[in-house]
Ligand binder design. Structure first.
Ligand SMILES: Nc1ncnc2c1ncn2[C@@H]1O[C@H](COP(=O)(O)OP(=O)(O)O)[C@@H](O)[C@H]1O
Ligand SMILES: O=C(O)C1=C[C@@H](OP(=O)(O)O)[C@@H](O)[C@H](O)C1
Ligand SMILES: [Mg+2]
Length: 172
């Protein structure tokens, strides 16, 4: 089974993935890290040298070649390319829905993320454009503003159990 964690930068995908891995005893994969290892460079360098379009192609390549059953902590822009959605839908897609205010508070001092630079208005516009994309791709939505990573992991585990019961009941 593949479980994809989606959501905006700072929504907690990378953090929650490790907790969820322990909760349901399934390995987790950090998509950004896999791309950095395969390309032999940091994401910020990729953006600088080759631009966002190249990075988006690397995201699609990762999804196309992903074989393992795992929890996948995706990058916040994975929903930007429509063709990626069909790959996500092969798994169970969990949207970590975090408010703009909470994202800003968490990323206040962030300098790593290339797309977290520039004007606040531009960042907020990107957030607003992507919100419906996350919602339509999601099999389940976790309202994650005021919960700890552990609480979120437990909530996702509960949703997965419900989902599994649903399928099992359906077969019966
Ligand atoms: N549930 C949470 N509550 C508060 N802070 C969180 C939570 N989850 C993650 N964070 C913090 O938010 C920042 C971004 O988390 P990260 O897991 O890198 O998000 P993403 O992978 O979605 O960009 C980190 O500083 C992390 O410690
Ligand atoms: O939102 C985005 O477009 C991006 C989010 C980042 O991952 P996180 O969401 O884990 O920060 C990373 O993939 C890259 O900087 C682009
Ligand atoms: Mg991350």
């Amino acid at each position: 089974m593949k479980i994809f964690l989606i959501g905006f930068m700072g929504s907690g995908k990378s953090t929650v993935a490790g907790h969820l891995s322990k909760e349901i005893n399934l390995p987790y994969i950090e998509m950004d890290q896999q791309i950095e290892e395969r390309e032999g460079m940091k994401i910020s360098a990729m953006f600088e040298q080759f631009g966002e379009k190249y990075f988006r192609e690397m995201e699609t390549k990762f999804l196309e070649t992903l074989k393992e059953d795992a929890i996948i902590s995706t990058g916040g822009g994975v929903v930007v390319k429509t063709e990626n959605i069909s790959h996500l839908k092969k798994g169970f897609v969990v949207f970590l829905d975090v408010s703009w205010e909470e994202i800003c508070s968490r990323l206040e001092n962030d300098t790593d993320r290339p797309l977290w630079r520039g004007e606040d208005s531009e960042k907020k516009k990107r957030y607003e454009i992507r919100l419906p994309l996350y919602k339509s791709a999601a099999d389940t939505i976790i309202h994650a503003d005021t919960k700890t990573p552990q609480q979120i992991a437990r909530e996702i585990a509960g949703r997965l159990k419900q989902e599994h019961r649903g399928h099992t009941n359906h077969k019966e």
